[in-house]
Design a protein around this ligand. Structure first.
Ligand code: XBP
Ligand code: MG
Length: 257
């Protein structure tokens, strides 16, 4: 038994469905701008999501799928610095998509953040994505003041091993100076749940189109989304007896206290 002190949020797929309509088309725009004919369809992108981290995902695609190179290019050209350049371009295109409002927050996210702040809970981000992508998403969906709502924004290359390694959660807990028992993590994917559970965190999964059929071993609760008053979210697995729930602060306290 512990007292709930903080909520730790993943970003991609959890705060918003950023992958299919955000990162994926931005990767394609970056490939095109670099003169590459590569195209990541929604289906192929689902396969590539097994690898977290945009730079790591491009490397995996090149090594595993041997995509065509323009005439005169050699495979050695696709080195880490080339990939880093592609990735930076992808993040610029991603920011443009967010600025156009292409990626809204998932149901219940804005509500729960407000309720948590009103209840005096501390907030943090623990994500694999690049820090600039986090700031951009928060500013575009919740306004520029929202970045400061999060006491810790742990993102991207700040730790050497990305999810499913627990490092980003260890980093976040250390920065908050809190034990895992006082926190709840929010994730959408198997890789994310592995990271959170390995850091001994109670984890709520809001699954999405890409992660629907994944195994979330060790998760405390699996739902379709956080729900809204009058439209509770369906529960797919938990110790709770009810079939649907609006995930609010009193409910979250029952998970840890
Ligand atoms: C998110 C990721 C990221 C994003 C793209 O995983 O794996 O790589 O797909 O962002 P999680 P970057 O939600 O588990 O943190 O290109 O900035 O890496
Ligand atoms: Mg995620």
């Amino acid at each position: 038994m512990a007292t709930l002190a903080a909520l730790l949020f993943d970003v991609d797929g959890t705060l918003a469905d950023t992958e299919r309509d955000g990162h994926r088309p931005a990767f394609n725009q970056a490939f095109q701008a670099a003169g590459l004919s590569w195209e990541w369809t929604p289906e192929l992108y689902g396969e590539l999501l097994v690898i977290t981290g945009g730079k790591e995902r491009i490397r995996y695609y090149v090594d595993r799928y041997s995509p065509p190179l323009p005439p005169g290019w050699s495979p050695a050209q696709i080195d880490q610095s080339f990939i880093a350049g592609l990735h930076q371009a992808k993040n610029r295109f991603y920011a443009e998509l967010l600025a156009r409002g292409a990626v809204p927050l998932r149901p219940g996210v804005q509500r729960l953040l407000k309720e948590a702040r009103d209840a005096g809970l501390r907030l943090a981000i623990a994500t694999t994505t690049s820090p600039e992508n986090v700031t951009e998403l928060l500013q575009r969906t919740l306004g520029s003041a929202s970045v400061a709502w999060f006491e810790v924004i742990a993102a991207g290359d700040i730790v050497p091993a990305k999810k499913p390694a627990p490092d980003i959660y260890h980093y976040t807990l250390e920065a908050l100076k809190l034990p895992p028992e006082a926190c709840i993590a929010f994730e959408d994917s198997e890789n994310g749940v592995k990271a959170a559970v390995a850091a001994h965190l109670k984890t709520v999964v809001t699954r999405n189109e890409y992660t629907l059929h994944q195994a979330f071993t060790g998760a405390a609760l699996i739902v379709d989304d956080l729900g809204e008053p009058g439209r509770p979210a369906q529960i797919h697995a938990s110790d709770q007896k009810s079939a649907s729930v609006v995930i609010d602060v009193p409910f979250l306290r029952t998970l840890v206290e």
